[in-house]
Design a protein around this ligand. Structure first.
Ligand code: HEM
Length: 487
């Protein structure tokens, strides 16, 4: 092929050159989006965006560094997909609370298969409102009061598991895997009234499949296509569906949920858990009216999708929080001693209950500070449903608006000595000084964490019960690894 009379290229080579030029132009155009909007943007690798830096440095570290460099608002790209990172509490308040009707949905980087759109964490618009409205009563303080005995049963087994480990390895052991088995038992027991023995069986399929489901593969071809060519993938969602849970793990959880539901329908005992609430709200798939008018009721698919989401969301988050709190108590013996003293004074040998656990002020301070320095979810996002301007910031329809606990929990503007673990920040005298839109371990506004109360009860009850019997020490083999959760 003759190119402008300058040189001759074989047709196949010309096609490749043309394709590469088009990809470069497309990338250049996509990755200059924020520049065109007059917003500072992170320096990223051409085509790859910030993907390499995220893998190398960790998303939390990267976001905090760029906040220091670029200020409260900057843009970044995952591949060619833009994300607007917002760290101004006033704008975050508008997005999460005041103008929530324009930011109801989470922005999805992947093309969700239909099944997942029935899960509360991933559902959109009216479907989300209906599901959230139906499920919320599970987590009222009244319902939580009934969870104590279920939790206590799991805790008794947890103590047995720990006693055995202490006997086998008196010089120290990795507590992380024991905690994960324990939190899986807790969510299956409190949510579904089912004992799955995840703590006592090291090869338990619930743990194995939950781990597989939560391990995201960033180099899967469909995901890469989605981030590099978001416009093409977005225009043909059925051609590029992303199953973020491997098929065998998804099948396992679908079968487990179906058997929980069938068992419950045949049971004559009275239950007040999440599963019962969903079963009571069940409607037939054919009764599913258009989303706009439905305000109650869950179809079979919705019950199954939500059962799976609760198992996954309720297990890793609480396990990580317990593990981080044990770490901080080992690293801060004064805080551990103070917590032990307040447990002795306020609870002593009494049975643990929702009321005595939630009334423990110092426990609450330690948990709040642990989640400040170790926010489990590092990025939280909302999708703009229309063009909008907030405090001078122009946001385009469809923009992924992200706010980051990993930035705001460490910003010197809002916290003195942010790297120091100091539960006193959350004391009744100091608490009023905290900017409520600069602290968000459970997210903010109507779409915050639905399981927050259960998580608080579980984590506090576990730590109190452990400190009633054990002391936590750091060993020479201590290994700390961080995980990254983005919602
Ligand atoms: C310490 C433990 C936990 C932490 C730190 C945590 C954190 C979060 C965060 C940051 C969000 C996003 C909120 C937002 O977008 O504003 C979230 C959402 C959610 N969490 Fe949790 N979570 C925890 C435990 C749990 C538990 C135990 C459950 C279930 C029993 C749960 C179920 C959910 C669900 C279903 C959503 C999505 C809510 C919606 O979209 O309406 N979480 N969580």
């Amino acid at each position: 092929m003759d190119i402008l009379g300058l040189f001759d290229l074989p047709r196949w080579a010309a096609t490749i050159v043309f394709f590469l030029l088009t990809v470069c132009l497309y990338t250049w155009y996509k990755q200059s989006y924020f520049k065109r909007m007059g917003i500072k943007q992170r320096k990223t690798l051409f085509f790859l965006g910030d993907m390499v830096d995220i893998v190398k440095k960790g998303i939390g570290y990267l976001d905090l560094q760029d906040y220091k460099k670029y200020g409260k608002t900057f843009g970044t790209y995952t591949g060619n997909r833009p994300t607007l990172v917002i760290s101004d509490p006033e704008i975050i308040k508008q997005i999460t609370v005041k103008q929530f009707d324009k930011f109801t949905n989470r922005s999805q980087m992947i093309n969700l298969p239909e099944f997942w759109k029935s899960a509360v964490s991933l559902a959109e618009g009216h479907t989300w409102r209906n599901i959230r409205h139906t499920l919320s009563p599970t987590f009222t303080s009244g319902k939580m009061r009934h969870m104590g005995p279920y939790l206590q049963r799991c805790l008794d087994v947890f103590h047995e598991v720990l006693d055995k480990k202490i006997q086998e390895c008196p010089e120290g052991f990795d507590i992380d895997s024991a905690v994960r088995g324990y939190t899986m038992d807790v969510i299956c027991s409190t949510g579904f009234g089912t004992e799955v023995s995840a703590q006592t069986d090291p090869d338990n399929p619930f743990n194995k499949h939950a781990k597989a489901a939560l391990t995201f593969n960033p180099v899967s071809p469909t995901f890469l296509f989605l981030v590099f060519f978001p416009d093409i993938a977005g225009a043909f969602p059925k051609l590029f569906p992303t199953n973020f849970v491997p098929k065998d793990s998804l099948d396992f959880f679908i079968d487990a949920s179906k058997s929980f539901i069938a068992e419950r329908k045949n049971s004559s005992s009275k239950h007040r858990d999440l599963l019962q609430l969903m079963v009571n709200a069940q409607i037939g798939e054919d009764e599913k009216t258009p989303n706009e008018t439905r305000t109650q009721g869950l179809t079979d698919t919705e019950i199954i999708a939500n059962s799976i989401v609760f198992m996954l969301a309720g297990f890793d988050t609480t396990a990580s929080t317990i593990a981080w709190m044990l770490y901080e108590l080992a690293m801060n013996p004064d805080a551990q001693e103070k917590l032990i003293n307040s447990i002795d004074q306020e609870i002593g040998e009494s049975k643990l209950s929702y009321d005595n656990v939630f009334n423990m002020r110092y426990m609450d301070m330690v948990m709040s500070e642990t989640l400040r320095v170790h926010p489990i979810v590092q990025r939280i996002n909302r999708d703009a449903s229309e063009d909008i301007e907030i405090n001078g910031l122009k946001i385009k329809k469809g923009m992924d608006c992200t706010y980051c606990p990993s930035i705001l929990h460490f910003a010197e503007e809002y916290w003195d000595e942010p790297n120091k673990f100091d539960p006193e920040r959350f004391s009744p005298e100091n608490k009023d000084r905290i900017n409520e839109y600069a602290y968000m371990p459970f997210g903010l506004g109507p779409r915050n964490c639905i399981g927050m109360r259960l998580a608080q009860l579980e984590v506090k009850m576990t730590i109190i019960s452990l400190l009633q019997k054990y002391r936590i020490h750091k060993t020479d083999q201590l290994q700390v690894c961080t995980l990254c959760i983005v919602l």
